[in-house]
Design a protein around this ligand. Structure first.
Ligand code: PHE
Length: 339
């Protein structure tokens, strides 16, 4: 019996020596050391042996198994090394080929401008308040002193949803009431926030107007906020954004939710952008209307505030000489890769 085992070992090792490829190696393993292989079979047959022969047989069988497994591993490593050497020699792996370069993403130009806004306003003590894109008619209009049928609603053509009174916000001013109610603690706390976000208007899409665009709203509420604070704050922002020599001009305007209301222009050397006037409009603003303060929970005889709204896309267009606002959401990589 022991002789047979020795013969099996010899035979297996000899067979292994001639093996040159992975497939033959696998069938060799199955034949000798696999679950149904010869060594396993021999171990199983041990029960038929007289009791006194079993220990010696078992020991040898195990020994054979260990030898064969080691020989198998060695052969496998050798074949792998041979294959690699062969591949290198035959040039199947060209180690001089450059690797695949990863495409690097970049920030959308609108995002870049938004982040500049956040930094400047943050440095000036403003926190970011996030309000919702899908709004109620009340927040977007009524609470801002624009009840149904108010003619100023016409200034902002609206996307309606199938839910009654649920619309897409036409301006970030819709978040003013939410910010006052949430941060004001029943009209007892001052506020200094910006409200950035996407706005939506049902407009004819042209090179100058899109159905969606960002706005950055600003809202300041306090006990002694005056128009000089508004003018000083906007002027400081403009100088940080456009350069220290920038001139700022305030023109009387109209918004139902501010009184008085103004539009803000900054000086610009770009003839085409300013249509030769030397001034570029960057914001609407004004002192928060007493009705709006009251709707936000503040007593207008004690509290006052100012608000403004800016369009970062228009400012981006100016900075990068982008002549068509449709480029922003057109997903054209040739455009996006330039920033
Ligand atoms: N919401 C106004 C608009 O979209 C801008 C604005 C904001 C004006 C805040 C005054 C105060 O045109």
């Amino acid at each position: 019996m022991l002789d047979q085992l020795e013969k099996l070992r010899e035979e297996a090792l000899q067979a292994l020596d001639t093996i040159q490829d992975e497939a033959s190696l696998q069938s060799w393993a199955a034949q000798f050391i696999g679950k149904k292989g010869a060594v396993t079979q021999a171990l199983r047959g041990m029960g038929q042996l007289p009791k006194e022969e079993r220990p010696a047989f078992g020991k040898l069988a195990n020994d054979v198994k260990v030898t064969l497994e080691a020989a198998y591993a060695e052969r496998e490593a050798m074949l792998e090394a041979q294959r690699l050497a062969h591949d290198l020699e035959e040039g199947e792996i060209d180690i001089t080929l450059p690797g695949r370069t990863l495409e690097r993403g970049r920030l959308h130009p609108a995002t870049q401008t938004l982040r500049r806004f956040y930094r400047i306003w943050g440095d000036m003590g403003f926190q970011v308040y996030r309000s919702r894109d899908v709004e109620t008619d009340e927040m977007n209009f009524t609470m801002l002193n624009m009840p149904p049928h108010h003619p100023a609603r016409d200034m902002q053509d609206t996307f309606y949803t199938t839910e009654p009174n649920i619309i897409l916000r036409t301006h970030t001013s819709a978040g003013q009431i939410r910010a006052m109610r949430e941060l004001g603690e029943n009209g007892t706390q001052p506020i200094r926030v910006i409200l950035p976000g996407m706005c939506y208007r049902y407009e004819q899409i042209t090179a100058r107007s899109e159905v969606q665009f960002h706005q950055v709203e600003g809202l300041v509420i306090g006990r002694n906020i005056r128009m000089s604070d508004l003018k000083g704050t906007i002027t400081e922002f403009a100088r940080r954004m456009f350069g220290a020599e920038t001139q700022v001009r305030f023109r009387a305007s109209y918004f139902p939710f501010t009184e008085p209301s103004m539009e803000v222009d900054v000086s610009s050397a770009d003839e085409r952008l300013t249509k030769g006037t030397g001034w570029l409009e960057i914001a609407g603003c004004g002192m928060v209307h007493p009705v709006v303060l009251r709707n936000g929970g503040y007593d207008p005889s004690v509290w006052s505030g100012f608000a403004f709204g800016m369009g970062p896309e228009r400012i981006t267009m100016q900075r990068h000489d982008i002549r068509d606002i449709r480029m922003f959401w057109g997903n054209d990589l040739r455009f996006l890769k330039q920033f």
